[in-house]
Design a protein around this ligand. Structure first.
Ligand code: SF4
Length: 378
């Protein structure tokens, strides 16, 4: 959606519609009574980009002329319910303080009134370029830090700018480093980015690896895992914390922080020793199985308990339940790899679905889902 501030919009209309939206959405309906009563309203569809690339929840909106007057859930879209950020789209879109044009300070920094005046994009770009050149000539390019926050889409362009300026100082608030450890683990185990997915109708077991999706994932995930619980899916939560998600767990494993690699090896040992792993799949697709099997031998349930603090019987129970499958999983993007032995923590847990052959199968976590036919949680 792209719309200019205040075009034909009465502020009162927005204020009236926003509180009602939450209530109406909670009841599974789309639009406010206020909006429906108005003349000349049209429906439209878009996706929410408040989380930038993901998860693109669906928005069904109403517009009057060029003005959006309400947003609500696009029921047929997979995102299902908008979160508060999504529902607050109109507040963002029409906030009177929203920056819509380049503004230039005319009073010195520290002045009570910065004296911002609107300038054209040409003027803004010329001023920035000339200041950067002046700094580069006077102090050297490495004195310039190029920083790009969120949203993430401009980051490649900002990196190129840093490179052309000749500075190696490029920074962001997240994402360049935060998910790297988990990503590396996924690539080592699966050869590709693969942090799991949701539970499909054929999923029988689900392993939640150090993520509290109840709070950190979109609404759809919480709906999905609750529905899975009702269907009798075995939910194994690995998380040191007692979380909202862990309340749904059939088995909750709480390793000491930074010891997930030992827990992963302990669970794999049970799968190997009890013949629960998928030998046929491993023979055909997995490298290094015998080496890993031999490595895991030391991680008896008792030894695993000693290393991780997870009771031996729960290690065995979790392995047996998860092996019933077909199983899916959800790996945290960050918390496992932001601790001692980071990459290997994630890697050892990812080995569990790998040796069970829960890879890209019905009921498992699927590879390669994208915006077309977009399936995140179903
Ligand atoms: S989770 Fe919320 S902010 Fe993110 S895309 Fe969905 S509605 Fe928008």
């Amino acid at each position: 959606m792209s719309i200019q501030k205040g075009v034909g919009l009465k502020r009162r209309t927005i204020l009236k519609s926003i509180p009602a939206l939450s209530a109406v959405s909670a009841a599974g309906q789309f639009f406010t009574g206020t909006a429906q009563a108005q003349e000349g309203l049209e429906y439209g569809y878009t996706i929410c980009d408040n989380c930038n690339q993901m998860p693109m929840c669906g928005i069904r909106f109403q517009k009057q002329g060029n003005t959006i007057v309400s947003v609500g859930n696009w029921k047929e879209h997979n995102g299902k319910l908008l979160c508060n950020k999504g529902l607050a789209t109109l507040q963002r879109l029409y906030n009177p303080n929203r920056l819509l044009y380049p503004m230039k300070r005319t009073n010195p920094k520290g002045s009570e009134d910065p004296g911002f005046v609107r300038i054209s994009w040409e003027e803004a770009l010329a001023a920035i370029a000339s200041n950067l050149k002046a700094i580069k000539e006077k102090y050297g390019p490495e004195k310039i830090l190029v920083f790009c926050g969120d949203p993430k889409e401009p980051r490649p362009a900002a990196m190129r700018l840093a490179r052309y300026l000749g500075t190696y100082h490029y920074a962001t608030e997240s994402s360049v480093a935060c998910r790297k450890g988990s990503l590396l683990a996924e690539q080592l185990v699966y050869g590709s980015e693969y942090s799991g997915g949701g539970c499909g109708p054929k999923t029988k077991s689900y392993m939640v690896m150090a993520t509290n999706g109840a709070w950190s994932k979109p609404h759809g995930w919480w709906n999905m895992i609750n529905a899975a619980k009702k269907r009798g899916v075995n939910i194994i939560v690995i998380d040191s914390r007692r979380t909202k998600t862990a309340e749904l767990a059939t088995v909750h494993l709480q390793p000491r922080q930074g010891t997930d690699a030992a827990l992963g090896a302990g669970i794999c040992r049970v799968l190997f020793e009890e013949g629960l792993y998928n030998k046929e799949f491993c023979d055909q697709w997995v490298h290094g199985v015998e080496e890993y099997r031999s490595y895991c031998k030391d991680f008896t349930p008792e030894k695993t308990e000693e290393l991780t603090g997870v009771p031996a019987e729960l290690v065995v129970k979790a392995a047996r339940l998860y092996a019933q499958g077909p199983g899916s999983f959800a790996l945290t993007s960050q918390s496992l790899s932001h601790s001692t032995n980071g990459v290997n923590n994630a890697r050892a847990l990812l080995n569990i679905p790998a040796i069970l052959g829960f890879v890209d199968i019905p009921g498992g976590a699927l590879f390669g889902v994208g915006p077309k036919g977009y399936i995140v949680h179903d």
